[in-house]
Design a protein around this ligand. Sequence first.
Ligand SMILES: Nc1nc2c(c(=O)[nH]1)N[C@H]1C(S)=C(S)[C@@H](COP(=O)(O)O)O[C@H]1N2
Ligand SMILES: [Mo]
Length: 231
Amino acid sequence: MRGGGSAPNPDVMTEEYTEGYKAKLVETKQAWARAGRLLTGKTGEHGVDRLPPGQRLVENWPILDLGIQPDVAPADWRLTIDGMVAQDLTWDWNSFLAHPQIEIVSDIHCVTQWSRYDNRWTGVSTRHLFEAADVAKDATHVLLASYDGYTTNLRLEDFLDEDCVLAHRHDGQAISREHGGPVRLVVPRYYFWKSPKWLKRITFSAEDKPGFWEERGYHNVGDPWLEQRYD
Ligand SMILES: Nc1nc2c(c(=O)[nH]1)N[C@H]1C(S)=C(S)[C@@H](COP(=O)(O)O)O[C@H]1N2
Ligand SMILES: [Mo]
């Protein structure tokens, strides 16, 4: 992948993936963000209202990507943990599975207005990873990068919510390629664009850095109950 381990920027992406990259779709979503499309102007209360404002429940599971679905075999998958850590770490598939596994049931809320209830995720908790990585006390943010060049950012405390999981199973089955297998991050409290598929790299930082959608008009935090769709 071009740019080695560094967080990919959008220009690199379009150059690198002239084939398959959905530039038109990205344009449309960006235009919606500029126009404030899909906003209801209502707010909900997290923990009280299960369905956030402007969302509708689906039974199926839509697939959203940038036109690229990396085919990463578990044997070739590596997760790099770097930035403000005592020492950079690389987890391969076996070392990832050797860490304590948790199971979490949570809801999905996508900014394009679909929500899906009761997803059972299996994997390593972000809290465990945080402890294992020996992160510096003054780290405040987490930058996430994926095998398709996608990036997103989170505040450290949001990354450390107790239901956040580096997941490799969904409802008892290996996460499929189109849904981000072998490993994706799941951050249920925020819109699903904050849950990167095909996870490749986690960087702890004392600075925030907008990711792919955050640079294109999406909200930096993305709380569905406050309808933080756009910036
Ligand atoms: N690597 C990567 N992760 C990603 C995306 C992406 O394009 N690439 N899309 C995001 C968006 S916008 C959504 S809504 C969800 C979709 O996940 P799903 O296809 O499993 O429903 O993944 C998020 N994580
Ligand atoms: Mo999305």
